[in-house]
Structure formats: structure tokens, C-alpha cells
Design a protein around this ligand. Sequence first.
Ligand SMILES: *[C@@H]1O[C@H](CO)[C@@H](O)[C@H](O)[C@H]1NC(C)=O
Ligand SMILES: *[C@@H]1O[C@H](CO)[C@@H](O)[C@H](O)[C@H]1NC(C)=O
Length: 280
Amino acid sequence: MSTFMLLLLLASSIASLTTSASDDYTDFVYAGCSQPKYTLGSPYQLNVDSVLTSLANAAAFSSYANFTSSAAGGSFPAYGLFQCRGDLPFSDCDSCVRSGLSRLSAFCPSAAGAAVQLRGCFLRYGNDSFLGKPDTSVLYKKCGPAAAGGYNSDQLGMRDAALADLTSGAAGGSYRVGAAGYVQAMAQCVGDQSAKECDDCVAAAVAHLRAVCGFAVAGDAYLGKCYAKYWSNGVYTTSKTDHGDEAGKTLAIIIGLMAGVALIIVFLSFLRRAGHDGKY
Ligand SMILES: *[C@@H]1O[C@H](CO)[C@@H](O)[C@H](O)[C@H]1NC(C)=O
Ligand SMILES: *[C@@H]1O[C@H](CO)[C@@H](O)[C@H](O)[C@H]1NC(C)=O
């Protein structure tokens, strides 16, 4: 309970629901920044810089890494980690993490703690030791449009079967895929989670998708230490230009990190711009 970290999450309507055919792993999903900022030139800033440099360097040869730096002052350690999607080659993981780092500095300048999720990777740093701790709080979710014709038991059955692949005993691993009929699913845990913690987190993400996405043809649920998503092949492939549907909707994003729970409503019309500015 050491840190009161209030994250303001920014979420983009472009990222998360495109089909794998248009998979761009550097697409922005969400970012969050602590309200407290560090003092420029402080030992803590030097520790953060050191952690972020280590993350950038490690992504070229691993898909998960964590770092702790107290080089510049042991009283103010900084912690950081990244997790790339398990199917990304290291070269793509590397570019994803670098893109994530530049988004963090753009969205969260001097933030004492921050996190960013791109389609292919997740990065987080802060002054609290979140490493190795489970976190199943829902940070961001998005549901696609309802299946044509509304209720469709085939669609629902395939979705449930594809999601069940992610939580079945056979699933295992921090990167998981599932499929049934024309519905596909995947999940990714952060590498600091034990097998049991990953199972629990994915189960929570899947339960959330089932609960909130109804008959949607696609859904994404991002939790503190994992995410799960499903999508229907060929149902739509143009979501990158599909912003009209999102205009005017608001996103409610709940961040519960340690001490605080903040509910922040963010207007997508603003965020769409942020998303584009951050797109390379
Ligand atoms: C982290 O930073 C916040 C804000 O500056 C501070 O209130 C908190 O005590 C710090 N936590 C630790 C573990 O240093
Ligand atoms: C952090 O990294 C170290 C060294 O790479 C590793 O031994 C340790 O298990 C990692 N800790 C977590 C919580 O992942």
C-alpha cells in the first residue's frame, strides 16, 4: 500500500479490435500516468531513466524483462518491466517497446509511474514494487459491435469455446490462443506472474469479456497483469477507419492501483487525436 498512484488512462479507439489481418503491433491501446511527477534531476529520475534504458536494451533479445534501479540513490528505487506478445519475433518486440517508450514520454512526461499498452507490448514503471504481484483490476475494455441480427447462438457458442481454450488446463503458458469456428481468442500474461496467477488473471479477463461484451463480435479486456481478447474472422476488417461509431461515446476506465481507485471519463473525440499523434 506504499503508493497512491492515480492513473489517468488514455484510450484510443483505433487500437484493439482490428482483426489479425491488419495486425499492427505498435497500435496504441491505452496509457496511464501517475499524477505525482518526479523532480527533474532527482535521484529517482535517474533511477527511472536507468530502468527505461534497460527495458529498451532488453527488448531486442527477450519478450519479458524486469528491472530495478537504485543506482542513483537507494532510497528511491524505480521498478520497470515490459511484456511483448508471445508470438512476436524479438525484432518486432524491440520496435514495439521503443514505440511504447516514446509514447510514455509523450503522454506521461515526468510521471512518477506510468504504463502503456500497445497491441504488441506492455510497459510499466513506477516507484512501488509491483513486480511479481498479481493484479486483476480491469484497466481497459472494449467490445465490438453486436453480431448481425443480434442474438446468435452459433456466434455465442464459438466465442465461449474459443475463450474456454484460454482457460482450459491445457492452455498454460503466458501466451495463449484459442479458436472455434470463425472466432479466435488470445491471452497474454505479464511474465512476472506464476502459472497459477496467470490462470487466475486470464480467467478473470475471460469472465469480464463474457459479462460485458454480450453478443459482440469482438472484445478486449485489459487487466493489471494480463489481457484476453476474441474476434470473429471477417466480420469487420476496417476498424482502423471506423471511428464514427465511437464518436460521442465515453470510456469509463477504472484504475485501482494499490491505494486508489479513480474513475475517469475520457472523451474519445479528444483521444482520437492523441492516438493519431502518437501513431508512427
Ligand atoms: C512513490 O511516489 C509517491 C509520489 O511521489 C509517494 O507518495 C510514495 O510515497 C512513493 N512510494 C515509494 C514506495 O517510494
Ligand atoms: C526479475 O528479473 C530477474 C533477473 O532477470 C529474475 O531473476 C526475476 O525472476 C524477475 N522477477 C520477476 C518478478 O519476474
